[in-house]
Write a new protein. Structure first.
Lengths: 345, 345, 345
């Protein structure tokens, strides 16, 4: 989409300073400006860039007073950052005006599709599936029998949702993510082989959840694996059977939670963190990247690091000394020798 | 599926105590019981729940003697746990009675499909593929040229199997898993760029193997990457070229094995474990979560933990002291001072 | 493909010793030889195997002088290793002579497909997509609006490339990989929930890049997430928004890079390595498996290990002492006791 700087200013009720007839077609950071792009200046830390940026236009707060000559076109608005994010959303929503059922999709007659649903080609909608109003299901998605998708969801290409799983409203699931695969449950037999334990539960994903690309969220053995309201999961995350991820908890890429663990609300989990099975973690706990969480946590709002994880301040102190272990060993050797000499005297 | 408690009891040759006319449509844990669900009590540790459970019916051992008033309906059977798993499998197999070739699939004329095979829409079956009797290939699966799938396999939606790979009988591959992608092999050139080494081998998966969602199992450079009989792999697992995973070995989520390593039979690998390339690990070894295995292991049945991994008892002892390193350092400082004073005297 | 040993020798301008009329249909390592396979002997370390190998034929350097009776057929060439890799590439390219648009694919009329492009069934080509000459797009691939693919690329089954992303020439993307999913960007709100920050940038993958199976490479918030020329990524790798991976850098399986980090050219990243966000790493640095990289690195060509990572030599020394911490603690206790006794005297 192309739009002139003057039109943008009108949309934002802003005031143009400079050439408003130029067209912009994308956005950029002010330090990476280029012709045809719109940027913004909200934090004075970045002010220096406004005098050199190649961006065609920059949104600034109306009270901005330049200290040098500005060559780019300015649009003065009440709040530059808010105006910018408003535009980002507007531009994005334009590209997502998909609607209708594409010809090469497969829909069982018993499925119920809401108003203005988009269903991409090569997507497969099984028996008794329900898709809520305005939801978008991209191409090559699989929805198993009895799957329920709420309103205003976006299911990106290639997502696979096994039978019986349910999503709330306003959920976003990125490409390649698998929801409802069998939990990893096997009973050891006398001959040291394993017998599969049927996984008969499901996955429930509540409202306003976003899940990244190529994750795997297993169905419960019995009952439900649950991702609570507003939780945000990054890419390549593993959620085992019967796990609960609390509301508004965020998990960074490649982290994983083993079976039956309850992770509280408002937690923050770094990348490549592993959380053991069958434990409960209270609300608001934070875990540094690559932490290994072996035990439950009863207190709220702790900060943890390391594998096995303990309190971040203690961990950083211990790890600083870990680096000096060769020196410590030398000092210990020296002490032993001195003491020997002392005793020999 | 809905069934009355009386019908269930008949199926299990059990005896009903209470209202047998109610319908149940699912199963649950006894502590999470709800109306319409069937549960079981096998372990007396959970006995307290039978007096409060909301489950419509509970399977109990025939000799069970309640110590309080029971409000749910009981079905007395010889072995409550076995009867329950029998029902789980029965319910599950009902939902998996898929058969036939769906209209929108693509099958090369030279492919050979066995008796009662299911092939879902948008699946792609290349030249000379063979699919054994009763196997189910869900929608959106890709089977490259010359792929062989045994009998009674389940290939979930979106699995991609590259040319020349082979699966035995009774294998289950969960959604999004990739089998037979190129091994990671590149030869460094004089200009510091890399030249691809062609990966001409394949992957062989033996009988009774289950592989989770979104795994990646690379083909061999030459020869075969092999997952032996009865091995069980969780989600998001990486198996590099020319690896052998021994029979009845289990690997938890997000673990990985580098190239040419032979992991023995009956091993147990925790989540996010990394096993280095070109090593051999004897049978029955176990690795704690996030372990890093750098060297081969000749002895059977060891237990290992840590990165780099060593024996679990020693690791736990060392890691307990690691936490106290700041204290140890203080004690060392104090000793040095005392000794100085002593020598100064 | 089947070919006689005599024909192979002719192709390689080599000289046959033994029965040249046999057919070979595959290749193998000399120590794993079997009938119908061709192998090679380049490194004298493996000479013993040539006297026992079951391979039908073995390529050897023309000056090779056997010390015992050889039973397999030899083909003498100028350079056995080079001749072998030449054949590997030749055999491989034969199997990749795919061409043409398969009937069940979906192509928007505004898309532009180059000369001799292959497009597999159930692939989806959105508006304004461009695919360069000789590129192969396997079945079940999704190419979003405005995606550009260069010449001679191979996009394996099930790859999903979001709108606006670009690939150079000679790129290989393995099955299941996702390119251009939204970066993980959320602004915390007063009520402790999160608001999505629109991710409006793209991903650019330069020439000669290979990316393994089931990776996830996020689009930039603004601007570009970039994989530079000749970089090689293994399976299940996470690349966050606005990351740059330098040219001819290699990353092993399950490693990940957090947002906005610039990883220099010619780096080597081991498996399951995590690199923190917003840091810059100079060229030629190498990281051992499972390392955790928390801080930027200004010097070139360092070697790093551990989590948190520090110089490999120092790390190995420290970790060796870590194992002996229980012993160190005992020695410290003993010293304290001796000193007490000494002072008590």
């Amino acid at each position: 989409m192309k739009i002139s700087i003057n039109e943008l200013a009108q949309l934002l009720k802003g005031k143009v300073e400079g050439d408003g007839t130029q067209q912009v077609h994308t956005v950029c950071k002010i330090e990476e400006g280029f012709a045809g792009a719109l940027s913004f200046l909200a934090n004075t830390k970045y002010e220096e860039y406004i005098y050199t940026t190649q961006a065609s236009a920059v949104l600034v707060n109306k009270e901005f007073a330049p200290s040098k000559l500005v060559q780019t076109t300015l649009i003065r608005v009440d709040n530059a950052y808010e105006a910018f994010t408003y535009l980002l959303e507007k531009f994005n929503s334009v590209s997502q005006s998909l609607k209708g059922i594409e010809a090469n999709s497969f829909v069982e007659p018993s499925a119920v599709l809401g108003k203005d649903v988009y269903l991409g080609a090569f997507s497969y909608v099984s028996k008794n599936v329900e898709i809520g109003d305005y939801s978008k299901v991209y191409p090559q998605v699989f929805l198993g029998a009895d799957v329920k998708i709420g309103k205003n969801c976006i299911i990106y290409p290639g997502v696979k949702i096994y039978h019986g799983c349910e999503l709330g409203d306003n959920c976003i699931i990125h490409a390649g993510t698998i929801i409802g695969s069998d939990g990893f449950g096997f009973a050891p037999l006398a001959d040291r082989s394993y017998k599969k334990i049927p996984q008969t539960g499901n996955v429930v994903i509540e409202n306003n959840v976003e899940i990244g690309a190529n994750c795997a969220i297993d169905r419960a053995t019995m009952g439900t694996t649950r991702i609570e309201e507003g939780a945000k999961l990054d890419n390549l995350i593993q959620i085992a059977h019967n796990v609960v991820v609390g509301k508004h908890t965020v998990m960074a890429g490649q982290s994983g939670i083993a079976g039956s663990t309850k992770l509280g609300p408002y937690c923050v989990v770094g990348g490549q963190v592993a959380i053991a099975g069958h434990i409960t973690i209270a609300d608001g706990n934070q875990f540094g990247g690559q932490s290994g969480v072996l035990a439950g946590i009863k207190e709220s709002n702790g900060k943890w690091f390391g594998s096995p994880a303990f309190e971040v301040k203690d961990y950083l102190r211990a790890t600083a000394i870990f680096r000096k272990l060769p020196e410590l060993q030398k000092r210990l050797n020296a002490l032993e020798n001195e003491l020997k000499q002392l005793k020999g005297e």
